[in-house]
Design a protein around this ligand. Structure first.
Ligand code: FAD
Length: 460
C-alpha cells in the first residue's frame, strides 16, 4: 500500500473517438489485473476513510482496495458485494468524482484512487473466475411485492433474497432494470451487465412480472392484500419541458421519450413511432447528465450536427464533468449562456429552429448558486430539425397512491419515515419516486435500507 508516492493515478483507457462513436458499446476498458492491483496499492488506508463516508452506500472501499492490492480477488469480490447489490454497475456509472473519489484523501494533490475502475475490475474478474453473489437457501415463507424493477427495486429485492424473503417484482416495461436498461445509454453501461444481475436474482428465486403496470394491469390493493409487504420504486421519469411557445412542434421530444425510443429500437422492440435523427440537425437543451446522454446518442445515430445549449457555463453544469469532457471529445458543439425563448416551426408544424436569448450569471440565490439573467435584445436563432428537452424529471403521481392514503410532497415525491415506510403501514418506498430524480447509488441505498426495515418487520 501507500504507493501514491511513486505511482500516479491512472484512469481506465478509453476507446478512440473515431471507433467509439460508431456504436453503443462502453467507451471505458476494464483494468488489467496488474494495473488494478497497482492502482489499489496507492491507497493509504486512512484511519477514518473519507471514501467510505463519501459513498452513499458506505461501501467497504479501503478493505476491498487492500484485498485487490494483495491480489485476494475472492475477498475483494465478497467485500465489494457486501454493502452493494451490484458493484459492477456502480463502478461504471457512479459520479465517483463527486462521491468516493471526490472524498479520497489523495484527491487533494496526489490524484484520488481510481475507486470506480478498481470496483468494476473486481466484479468482472471475479465473475470470470466463477464467483457469484450469495443468497440465502433457507426460506422464511414471507413474500414482498416490489413495484418497479429499477435500481431501487432490484436493490430491495437483493437484500430481501439474502435473508430468504421471496420477492415478486412488477414492472411496466418489457425488460427489468428501469433507467439502467432504458435511460442510461449502452456506451456508459452495457445492457448485458444489467441482464447478468437480473439472472442472478432469478436464480435466487425472484419472480419478474414485466409489462405489468400497477394501477392499470394489476390493482395496487391486490398486492397489499396478497403480500406481507410492498415496496414502491417507480422512479421519476415525467419529463419537464421549457414552458415556451412552439414546444408542440413535430420534432420536439422530451429526453426520456427520446432515449427510451432509441434504446427500444436498438433492442429491436416495438416503438410507437420510431425517432430518426439521421442526417438531422439536433439541438439538445439542458446541461446535465441526461443532456450529455442525448447528445452522444444523437451522434451515434448519425445526426448531421449535434449542439447542446445551456443557460449557464461549463463550470456550472450540474452533471458529471467526466461525461461533459467525453461529449466534447466526441465533437459535440456546446453553446453556453443561452436560454430558449420559442420553438420555431414551419406551416406543417415541423420544428425549424429555436429562438434563443443570451444570458449572464447574476447574484447568488439562497442555495449559493448564481441566478441566470437574460440579456434583452440578444435574441438569436439556432436552426434545428430535432429539439430535445433535457430539463429534469418529476415522479408520476399515480392515483393509487392518494386512493390508499399514501402521502406525497408538493413535487409528487412519496413521503416516507426513517424506515422508508410510507403513510400506509407495510408499504415502503425509495429511489427517485421518493427523493426526485437523483442517482443510481442513492436509489440503491434506499432499497437496501428499506429491505432492512422490512426484514425487521417480517422476520426479526
Ligand atoms: P427507475 O430507474 O426510474 O426505475 C423505475 C421502474 O419502475 C422502471 O422500470 C419503471 O418501468 C417502473 N414503473 C414505474 N411505474 C410503474 C408502475 N405503475 N407499475 C409498474 N412498474 C412501474 N445516475 C447515476 O448514478 N449515474 C448515471 O450515469 C446516470 N445517468 C442517467 C441518465 C439518464 C438519461 C437518466 C434519466 C438518469 C440517469 N441517472 C444516472 C439517474 C438514475 O438512473 C436514477 O436516479 C435511478 O435509475 C433511479 O432508480 P429508481 O429505481 O428509483 O427508478
Amino acid at each position: 500500500m501507500l504507493r501514491f508516492f511513486d505511482l500516479d493515478r491512472s484512469e481506465a483507457a478509453k476507446r478512440s473517438v473515431v471507433e467509439r462513436i460508431k456504436d453503443f458499446d462502453e467507451i471505458y476498458e476494464i483494468f488489467r489485473p496488474a494495473k488494478a492491483s497497482e492502482q489499489a496499492e496507492r491507497c493509504i488506508q486512512c484511519g477514518d476513510p473519507y471514501c467510505h463516508n463519501g459513498c452513499p452506500l458506505h461501501n467497504y472501499i479501503p478493505q476491498w482496495l487492500k484485498a485487490a492490492a494483495e491480489k485476494d480477488l475472492e475477498m475483494a469480490f465478497r467485500l465489494s458485494n457486501e454493502a452493494s447489490p451490484f458493484p459492477e454497475v456502480m463502478g461504471r456509472i457512479c459520479p465517483h468524482d463527486r462521491l468516493c473519489e471526490g472524498s479520497c484523501t489523495l484527491n487533494d494533490g496526489y490524484g484520488a484512487i481510481t475507486i470506480g475502475s478498481v470496483e468494476t475490475f473486481i466484479s468482472e474478474e471475479g465473475f470470470k473466475k466463477g464467483f457469484r453473489p450469495k443468497f440465502s437457501k433457507k426460506k422464511s415463507g414471507k413474500r414482498v411485492a416490489v413495484i418497479g424493477a429499477g435500481p431501487a427495486g432490484l436493490s430491495v429485492a437483493t437484500f430481501l433474497l439474502r435473508e430468504g424473503i421471496d420477492v415478486e417484482i412488477f414492472d411496466k416495461q418489457n425488460r427489468p432494470g428501469g433507467l439502467l436498461m432504458y435511460g442510461i445509454p449502452g456506451f456508459k453501461l452495457n445492457k448485458k451487465v444489467v441482464e447478468r444481475r437480473v439472472a442472478f436474482l432469478k436464480e435466487a428465486g425472484a419472480v419478474f412480472r414485466q409489462n405489468m403496470e400497477v394501477g392499470k394491469d394489476i390493482a395496487f390493493e391486490e398486492l397489499v392484500e396478497n403480500f406481507d409487504a410492498v415496496f414502491i420504486g417507480t422512479g421519476a421519469t415525467k419529463g419537464r419541458g421549457a414552458g415556451i411557445n412552439g414546444e408542440d412542434a413535430r420534432g420536439c421530444y422530451l429526453a426520456m421519450d427520446f432515449l427510451v425510443n432509441i434504446q427500444k429500437q436498438i433492442f429491436g422492440e416495438e416503438v410507437d413511432g420510431a425517432i430518426d435523427v439521421k442526417d438531422k440537425r439536433v439541438v439538445v437543451i439542458g446541461g446535465g447528465d441526461t443532456a450529455m446522454d442525448c447528445v452522444r446518442t444523437s451522434l451515434r445515430q448519425n445526426a448531421k450536427s449535434v449542439k447542446c445549449l445551456y443557460r449557464r457555463d461549463a463550470h456550472n453544469m450540474p452533471g458529471s464533468r467526466k461525461e461533459y469532457l467525453n461529449a466534447k471529445e466526441e465533437g459535440i458543439e456546446f453553446e453556453f449562456f443561452a436560454s430558449p425563448k420559442e420553438i420555431l416551426k414551419n406551416d406543417s408544424g415541423e420544428v425549424i429552429g429555436v429562438e434563443m436569448v443570451k444570458t449572464r450569471l447574476s447574484s447568488a440565490d439562497k442555495s449559493g448558486r448564481q441566478k441566470v439573467e437574460e440579456i434583452s435584445g440578444s435574441e438569436f436563432v439556432v436552426e434545428a430539425d430535432i429539439v430535445i428537452f433535457a430539463l429534469g424529471f418529476d415522479p408520476v403521481a399515480y392515483p393509487f397512491l392518494a386512493e390508499n392514503g399514501i402521502e406525497t410532497d408538493k413535487w409528487g415525491g412519496i413521503m416516507v419515515d426513517e424506515n422508508y415506510e410510507t403513510t400506509k403501514a407495510g408499504v415502503y418506498a425509495g429511489g427517485d419516486c421518493y427523493r426526485g430524480a437523483d442517482l443510481v447509488v442513492t436509489a440503491v441505498r434506499d432499497g437496501r435500507e428499506a429491505a432492512k426495515a422490512i426484514i425487521s418487520r417480517l422476520i426479526r
